[in-house]
Design a protein around this ligand. Structure first.
Ligand code: PMP
Length: 434
């Protein structure tokens, strides 16, 4: 892979901070259980880090459901309050690497760096990582592919960069490979070698429980899309925060699991399963590109929050992979029940008035109201007056001003009774508007 062709001049120009390199080399040279203890013989006049003895916070005890309390005190607490490596704290990185190998077994795990060796970095939520991936790759006018309706946070990040966003049609099983093939047919595969031809740089997709549609891309479609990526030499950005909220087993194979070339950048998130406020996500992809993201972090936030990472890492060490996956099972059971409850409420009140697909992952139901081509006013104004808050569909389209008959209802945090009441009120409003 020639990664240079995917990078903006700004990203290519990023250079490591000499001070950070020294510090990180030192941290990496220590075994994981010694990270908090420098040998007594070492006299460091190098660090620009403040003296943690002067910090007022001395310890924390975090009570954990299905686990022992996490206690941070002494050296560990000092570490939690201190600067740390830009790519993430070493013990969390190695835990996550093992997890990715277990879940996805990326073909690039043992490749040399020049051939897309799999690497990983922690980011302040997956959004931070995705934003850096977009800034790393997009020059104004670059073509990129995605399937709308799409996560509005992605559109917000892409628009100011001046990307030319090409929509690939999709249905309830996600992006349609034949439609992608048709769009790509305006180029020849060898055009990717000529920058003037502006072949798409990447394809972005949310493969499970897409926000906002709740749709999931099948493994078979992923394989076809990956083959097209190989043919036309573009990257695939797999934004998968709802991966752990898949309601059916076995889980669908990921793009990362098919990535023989090192062309997949995968964004994972702990936001839906451990905490959204801790802001811990991670990006997996070819080492050459992960390095660019880490260099960006070096000059933006320096590193993701150490305290958050230590909380997560201590919990994961305690749980082990088995405990983590058992937790995922509990979370998924909850969301599956919530999904069933919202479907029951929709069936009861909206049948005949609206249409929807059954989401097999995530936390969203995407509803099309029949007979009302633009539901913005209905959802934003009238529904709000009746004290129901939902998101009108236009927010998830490249052209947010065009009329849309869709809205997004989240089933994450309301009770089945509230879902029932909300759709009863909505049904009344729809009937009044027809
Ligand atoms: N991608 C998608 C599709 C999302 O729905 C979200 C969260 N709403 C994110 C990324 C960002 O998640 P995080 O909290 O990990 O930054």
């Amino acid at each position: 892979m020639n990664y240079a062709r995917f990078l903006t001049a700004k990203s290519a120009a990023r250079k490591p901070s000499p001070i950070r390199i020294m510090g990180e080399k030192w941290v990496r040279s220590l075994p994981a259980d010694k990270i908090s203890k420098a040998p007594k013989s070492l006299i460091s006049l190098a660090a620009g880090s403040p003296n943690p003895n002067m910090f007022p916070f001395k310890s924390v005890i975090i009570t954990v459901e299905n686990g022992k309390p996490i206690q941070l005190e002494g050296d560990l607490m000092k570490r939690a309050l201190q600067y740390s490596p830009s790519s993430g704290i070493p013990e969390l990185l190695s835990w996550l690497k093992q997890l990715q190998i277990k879940l996805h077994n990326p073909p690039t795990t043992h490749h040399p760096p020049s051939q897309g060796q799999m690497d990983l970095c922690v980011t302040s939520g997956s959004q931070d990582g995705l934003c850096k991936v977009f800034e790393m790759t997009i020059n104004p006018g670059d073509n990129i592919l995605l399937n709308e309706p799409v996560y509005s946070g992605t559109l917000q990040a892409l628009h100011p960069l001046g990307a030319n966003i090409i929509n690939v049609p999709s249905d309830e099983y996600g992006m349609i490979p034949e439609s992608l093939k048709e769009i790509l047919s305006k180029w020849k595969p060898e055009d990717s070698k000529d920058p003037q031809k502006n072949t798409p740089k990447f394809l972005y997709t949310v493969p499970n429980g897409n926000n906002p549609t709740g749709n999931s891309l099948t493994g078979d479609r992923k394989r076809k899309i990956y083959e097209l990526a190989r043919q036309y030499d573009f990257l695939i950005i797999e934004d998968d925060p709802y991966y752990f909220l898949q309601f059916n087993k076995p889980w669908e194979p990921t793009f990362l699991s098919m990535d023989v070339d090192g062309r997949v950048i995968r964004a994972d998130s702990f936001s839906k399963i451990l905490s959204s406020g801790l802001r811990v996500g991670f990006i997996t992809g070819p080492k050459t590109l992960i390095e660019r993201i880490v260099l960006h972090t070096q000059v933006s936030s320096l590193h993701p929050c150490t305290l958050s990472q230590l909380m997560v890492s201590q919990l994961l060490q305690q749980w082990g992979e088995e405990g983590f996956l058992a937790h995922i099972e509990r979370v998924t059971d909850f969301y599956r029940n919530q999904r069933d409850a919202i479907l029951a409420a929709a069936d009861k009140w909206l049948s005949g008035l609206a249409e929807w697909h059954v989401p097999i992952a995530g936390m969203f139901l995407w509803i099309k109201i029949k007979g009302i081509p633009d539901v913005k006013w209905l959802i934003e104004e009238k529904a709000l007056k009746k004290e129901i808050l939902m998101v009108p569909g236009n927010a998830f389209y490249i052209d947010s001003s065009a009329p849309r008959p869709y809205f997004r209802a989240s089933f994450s945090s309301v009770s089945p009774e509230q879902m029932d009441t909300a759709f009863q009120r909505l049904a009344q409003l729809i009937k009044e508007s027809l």
